[in-house]
Design a protein around this ligand. Structure first.
Ligand SMILES: Cc1cc2nc3c(=O)[nH]c(=O)nc-3n(C[C@H](O)[C@H](O)[C@H](O)COP(=O)(O)O)c2cc1C
Length: 179
């Protein structure tokens, strides 16, 4: 049976976190995976975990071995989306570290040759972002952060997007290609 679901990972990046969430909630057949920081940051942006659990399956980072990633080995997921993705998670992914739920998802998706769509928070040397409370602030990703973003672009089975619009297009194109 073909894979039927999309795995969506949210990390602790406030950068466009609410826009990513709003978009994923328009889609069917999505399972949501939260890093520990992702769970905390969502709360800071006023999003309730209880409300989310009423809308879709939610996997939290509670175990060292990341048991839900086994679902990639049973053909459950056709695509992994990581959006938004912190500097921390991108840095770990590009050096092959898989020590949390989300870094494990990316590693196991790669090992299972499942396509990933990744929206890193570090896209440009100077960016405007939204802090909790709808406050706009400037952020200046470091060279090491931008290098990690450049490196993940080279990974197999990985499409990197640079904006919420590009994310939406990439996900909808991927879903259309599967149907
Ligand atoms: C309100 C808030 C917003 C944050 N936004 C970002 C962000 O946009 N990008 C980032 O790399 N880290 C951001 N962080 C820091 C990460 O949450 C932190 O580095 C965390 O350890 C990342 O863990 P994770 O990669 O497992 O989700 C933010 C933290 C807070 C409290």
């Amino acid at each position: 049976m073909p894979a039927s679901r999309l795995a969506w990972a949210i990390t602790g990046s406030g950068h466009y976190i609410t826009e990513c969430l709003d978009f994923l909630l328009t889609l069917d057949n999505v399972d949501l995976f939260l890093s520990q920081a992702g769970e905390e940051v969502l709360k800071m942006y006023g999003i309730s975990l209880t409300d989310l659990k009423d809308k879709l399956p939610v996997y939290r980072d509670k175990a060292a071995s990341a048991p839900p990633v086994g679902l990639f080995y049973t053909g459950h997921y056709h695509t992994l989306v990581m959006a938004p993705t912190t500097s921390n998670t991108i840095a770990k992914c590009v050096v092959g570290i898989a020590d949390s739920l989300i870094t494990n998802l990316y590693a196991q998706a790669g090992k299972c040759r499942v396509a990933s769509i990744v929206y890193p928070c570090d896209i440009a040397p100077e960016m405007e972002t939204t802090a909790p409370g709808h406050k706009k602030v400037m952020v200046y990703p470091r060279p090491i952060d931008l290098e990690a973003t450049a490196r993940i672009r080279e990974f197999p089975y990985t499409q990197v997007v640079d904006s919420v619009d590009a994310l939406q297009t990439a996900v909808l194109t991927r879903l259309a290609s599967l149907s």
